[in-house]
Design a protein around this ligand. Structure first.
Ligand code: WQD
Length: 335
């Protein structure tokens, strides 16, 4: 089975490619290298020892997408990661986000709807829930008005897929709503490569610990949580990658009940920012230099997953915990 992974040289995409190859899938990667480097390709090949077809294509060019599917007419599975994903940047550059995250999705679906049958896995995010009314968050929690254009592109993206699947019965799709992916592959050949200043907590922690950054700013400790800092569900990227293989397999086997399904992918456990810091200090043996500053615009107080649906229907469970993930992130920073 030949699978296209768009954004396959990115943080999550590269880990999914490795898991797909380990499961015997033939993989083709498209990436425009806007947020990755070609070294990641070497890293994946070093892990699996299997050759990989990579094409540097910007999916915003519709003619290139059409041409790609003409040349790879035997692809009938797509896992779509290629998108811009920095929440703050999306507020500054909304049109870049709407064009890059939505036009590319539309062009891919336009090609897939031409096929006899097609399987599509969409990289979505718990950001669609905003601040959920109750925790842990289930897939039936209301979708709230997005706090950023980035979050809005995930909500609109899911609606585009739903509306398309309603009228294209041969298209089967699953959206995976990730909580907070962190960590790196045990081989330390691939991991999170934030270009520039990291926006996310864990890469900022590891870069501070290794001395690339002088101090971590903790964005607020006056939230209504146990220790005043925000709570998130931090999931090891390898567990997240395995969920993609399970979801794709579900579609290939025709086990899906509807032709568009949604699953929350998290550990089901919430950890505060200070808990993450203290756990990192424990696993790394490094004292972290941080200071409490003001809140960050758009942060929700607490978000962690109810994983019952993925556990029972996808037969998927997170196997790794926060310590495993933070230790792997630290080893990756030290590679
Ligand atoms: C986590 C917590 C911050 C940095 C976002 C997107 C989500 C996904 C993951 C793409 C928050 C605090 C952070 C720092 C801090 N993105 N923090 N100091 O915001 O939960 O999720 O990234 O797929 O869709 O919404 O992740 O790691 O940015 O923040 O105190 O330097 O860490 O305030 O409470 P977030 P994050």
């Amino acid at each position: 089975m030949k699978i296209l992974v768009t954004g396959g040289l990115g943080f999550i995409g590269s880990h999914v490619v490795a898991e797909l190859q380990n499961e015997g899938f033939e993989v083709v990667i498209i990436d425009n290298l806007s947020n990755s480097t070609i070294d990641v390709l070497e890293g994946i090949i070093a892990i699996t020892g299997i050759e990989l077809v990579f094409e540097k294509i910007d999916l915003r060019d519709k003619s290139l997408v059409v041409d790609f599917f003409k040349r790879h007419h035997d692809i009938n599975g797509v896992i779509h990661f290629a998108a811009s994903k920095a929440v703050g940047e999306s507020v500054e550059l909304p049109l870049l986000y709407y064009e890059n995250n939505l036009n590319t999705l539309i062009y891919l679906l336009q090609e897939l709807q031409k096929k006899e049958s097609a399987n599509f896995i969409f990289s979505s995010s718990c950001t669609v829930y905003g601040q959920a009314d109750s925790l842990p968050i289930t897939e039936s929690a209301p979708i709230k008005k997005a706090a950023s254009p980035y979050g809005n592109t995930k909500q609109i993206g899911e609606e585009i897929i739903l509306d398309t699947c309603k009228v294209v019965p041969n298209l089967n799709a699953i959206a995976l709503r990730y909580f907070n992916p962190i960590g790196a592959h045990e081989s330390i050949r691939i991991g999170e490569l934030p270009l520039g200043t990291p926006q996310n907590l864990v890469p900022f922690i590891t870069q501070t610990a290794i001395g690339k950054r002088t101090q971590l700013s903790v964005f607020g400790d006056d939230y209504p949580t146990e220790d005043g800092t925000c709570v998130r569900d931090y999931i090891h990227v390898v567990d997240l990658a395995k969920a993609h293989v399970m979801a794709l397999t579900r579609l290939i086997n025709g086990s899906n009940k509807d032709n568009f399904e949604v699953f929350n992918i998290g550990t089901g456990k919430g950890s505060s920012v200070l808990e993450v810091i203290h756990t990192f200090e424990e696993v790394s043996g490094k004292k972290l230099n941080y200071k409490i500053v003001g809140r960050r615009e758009g942060d929700v107080i607490s978000a962690y997953a109810d994983t019952h649906k993925a556990n029972t229907i996808l037969k998927w469970n997170a196997k790794l915990n926060l310590k495993d993930a933070l230790l792997s992130a630290w080893k990756w920073e030290n590679k």
